[in-house]
Design a protein around this ligand. Structure first.
Ligand SMILES: Nc1ncnc2c1ncn2[C@@H]1O[C@H](COP(=O)(O)OP(=O)(O)OP(=O)(O)O)[C@@H](O)[C@H]1O
Ligand SMILES: [Mg+2]
Length: 413
């Protein structure tokens, strides 16, 4: 699919660039043609202007006998075919027969171009008048071989350049298209992995749900109230798991949406963090992990619900990965222009090679994707997205066997 897209982009690039190049080339050719034709016409006009005063008008019809006797003007050394017609347009004289030009007959006053065999001839025709009376016509013709030769050479060069351009554009276009689609390709890979991971995460609670429902259907008649309650509890847990996963996914999608709008207010951070800690205290007590809060009174502009979610995720992780008897502390410090929230635990710690990956979606440390001990691996990606939303950062320091410290840092205004 991406290879096809790459070739499509390459084709588009090559076709448009070549079309532009050809259009410019043709335009250049037209300008060269017009320029050369104009200078040819000027030369013909100049020849006529030099010849006219030399025409002998004393005889019955105009003649260039005098010109032939006298020295010919320099411009007339240029190869040209000169004809003199009398007033009734009858050819009376011709010169320059060394030109391969057949007798052209009489043309009207002005400039005209005709084709003779494979040659093109430009004809300049001018009336000869004496005191306003028409005595005859002077007609000078020249082959356009110089102009046509240059145009032929121009076209050939243009063709060669077009072929060279086609080849180089194809190579460049292919490389450029490859570079251009590589971010799309990696985003697509991320998306594909994400869909596969999300599907996998949903599959387990769905299987649980289906198993419990089927068991209820089959054994409803002989079931004891306890077994019924256990089945219903299983269904409830599977629903809660799916609900949590879907809520996390929706929150991530909202946090990463390009036109997200998280309204910020001035928030009392100590009571926000303290409130989250209080809410989780029963779970800490239940597991036998102590939770200590050291919160400086501070306000900051932030989106309270998403910040609450971030702090809760860190406190839940600290609880999950700290054994009974351990300790978790949450601190709130104020720096010159930033707020720092730190969650430190005395838990299992994280191996150094795992640290760069723990913020990836669905990453769950050393546990396999099937080991369902609660987490789906979205918690830290949500914390990271919340910090990005607050133009802040999330960092971690950890030592295996000693514990971990997660730090949230964001501007206070
Ligand atoms: N305080 C911690 N101590 C040790 N390991 C941790 C800690 N916090 C996170 N981790 C490691 O980082 C991984 C990713 O954490 P994250 O919060 O993203 O996912 P989770 O806790 O597994 O699942 P979820 O938060 O979605 O319920 C965890 O699976 C765990 O291996
Ligand atoms: Mg977690």
């Amino acid at each position: 699919m991406f290879q096809e897209l790459r070739w499509k982009l390459t084709r588009l690039f090559v076709v448009t660039s070549t079309a532009v190049f050809l259009a410019m080339g043709v335009l250049g050719g037209c300008l060269v043609y017009m320029g050369l034709t104009r200078s040819l016409d000027q030369e013909l006009g100049q020849m006529a202007a030099e010849l006219c005063p030399l025409i002998d008008l004393s005889g019955p019809s105009p003649s260039l006998g005098r010109w032939r006797r006298e020295q010919r003007p320099a411009s007339l050394k240029l190869l040209a075919y000169i004809q003199i017609f009398d007033s009734s347009a009858r050819l009376v004289e011709e010169h320059g027969t060394n030109l391969p030009v057949p007798s052209l007959g009489f043309k009207q006053a002005g400039i005209e171009e005709v084709g003779v065999g494979r040659q093109r001839i430009r004809i300049y025709c001018q009336p000869i008048r004496v005191q306003g009376r028409l005595c005859g016509w002077l007609q000078i013709s020249r082959v356009t071989s110089f102009r046509d030769g240059i145009l032929k050479q121009y076209s050939f060069t243009l063709l060669l350049l077009t072929v060279a351009l086609l080849l180089s554009l194809t190579a460049t276009g292919y490389l450029v298209a490859g570079t251009a689609i590589s971010p799309v390709r990696s985003s697509f890979d991320v998306l594909r992995r994400f869909v596969a991971d999300a599907g996998h995460e949903l599959k387990t609670p769905l299987t649980l749900l289906q198993g419990n429902v089927e068991a209820l259907e089959l054994g409803l008649a002989g079931s004891t109230p306890e077994s019924l309650r256990a089945r219903l509890k299983g269904i409830e847990e599977a629903c809660a798991q799916m609900n949590g996963l879907v809520s996390d996914l929706l929150l991530l999608a909202r946090l990463e949406a390009p036109n997200r709008a998280f309204s910020r207010q001035k928030v009392d951070l100590a009571s926000l963090v303290g409130g989250v800690a209080d809410g989780l205290m029963p779970l800490y007590k239940q597991k036998g992990v102590s939770l200590v809060c050291q919160l400086a009174p501070e306000h900051a502009w932030c989106h309270a619900p998403s910040l609450e979610k971030a702090v809760a995720n860190l406190l839940r992780n600290a609880l999950a990965y700290t054994p009974a008897g351990g300790q978790v502390s949450v601190g709130l410090r104020v720096l010159a222009d930033a707020v720092v929230i730190e969650v430190t635990d005395t838990g299992a710690g994280i191996p150094a090679d795992q640290i760069p990956r723990i913020f990836d979606r669905f990453h769950r440390g050393g546990r396999s994707a099937d080991a369902h001990d609660g987490g789906s691996g979205l918690g830290l990606s949500i914390v990271k997205a919340v910090m990005e939303e607050h133009r802040g950062s999330l960092s971690v320091r950890s030592r295996v066997g000693e514990g971990s410290t997660f730090t949230l840092r964001f501007p206070s205004r």
